[in-house]
Design a protein around this ligand. Structure first.
Ligand SMILES: [Zn+2]
Length: 79
């Protein structure tokens, strides 16, 4: 019946709810313990984080411009 993959070679991925070869997986430590995540899911997190940061920057910039416009810059609140 051919080659049987053992559990040592296949790891369950919490991100995709499926299993990947262990070589594609990275073990990360979370609050609830060690988890295996595949490289793809880690990349997905990274890119979504980048998008969020870009969005945050836009909001900060908008706030700054608003503050400049209305001359409401308060001492001690510097970004
Ligand atoms: Zn995965």
């Amino acid at each position: 019946m051919g080659v049987t993959l053992t559990t040592a070679e296949i790891v369950y991925c919490y991100h995709w709810r499926t299993s990947h070869p262990k070589s594609d997986m990275r073990q990360i430590v979370t609050k609830t313990g060690k988890r295996w995540r595949c490289q793809q899911s880690l990349d997905a997190i990274k890119s979504s984080k980048k998008e969020r940061e870009a969005f945050g920057k836009k909001v900060t910039e908008a706030n700054k411009q608003d503050a400049r416009k209305t001359h409401r810059l308060t001492l001690g609140i510097k970004t």
